[in-house]
Design a protein around this ligand. Sequence first.
Ligand SMILES: [Zn+2]
Ligand SMILES: [Zn+2]
Ligand SMILES: [Zn+2]
Length: 274
Amino acid sequence: MKITYYGTSGSEAWPALFCGCRACMLAKQYGGKNVRTRNQAKIDDTLLLDFPPDTCEHVQRQGLELGRIRSLLVTHSHHDHFFPHDLCMRSSNYAEGTGDWKLQVYGNPTVGRIFEETVRQYENAEDFLEFHVLVPFEHCTTVDGYRVTALAADHNPPEQSLLYLIEKGEKSILYAHDTGIFPEHTWEYLRGKHLDCVSLDCTGLIRDWRQGHMGFTAVDETTMRLTDMGCIDGKTTVILSHFAHYGDFTHQKICVAEEPKGYHVAYDSAVFEF
Ligand SMILES: [Zn+2]
Ligand SMILES: [Zn+2]
Ligand SMILES: [Zn+2]
């Protein structure tokens, strides 16, 4: 299994749209891995995670081939994860060669409501898009053969944001953006499950965030508990992503802080195989 990261920032991007802070100035100065767009990742070639407004940039500059995507899992309705107008660009009015299948979109009821409100503004959207509501601890098998289980995140109540446990063959990944330290019933569900990869929210960096998002300390507590429960071990690939501009952090400075602990630090276009 393989995960490709296209966007690895918080909601405001990094450099942030209107920001003149030191972290944003450094990102503009150094470029490369320091420039982060909004949250999106892909499992193998056909399963997409989240659909931010920067999806267009990911197609134009990072080689994301949306025409191959069969399933889209949306974590929650925040705009940096879900910009549904661009899904409607899959219409035959705007796109050729998209195949005769419908793109299967999965998300919580709030995402479902926004999806419906948006697509009804476009002609024949039901011909090329299909939505499925998921709630925590339900699972489904996607058309491209992934067993997907929605788990509860700690983020943005009253909407129930979702984490995704994605399994195919012998491999599994837990995708955990955006979330604070997991709710207790999510911990209970994970007991006894071995994970080959975990992608963890690290929005706060050195800020001690534990609810809504995580920083370095909450990430350490989360991986310690996953280790104690037997979910992860030395063979598990643990990746941090969804970073906010803060202080004088650069990509390199995040790596210096976190790589000695065994974590991988995601950046836009990073690929990890596990
Ligand atoms: Zn976010
Ligand atoms: Zn900034
Ligand atoms: Zn969010």
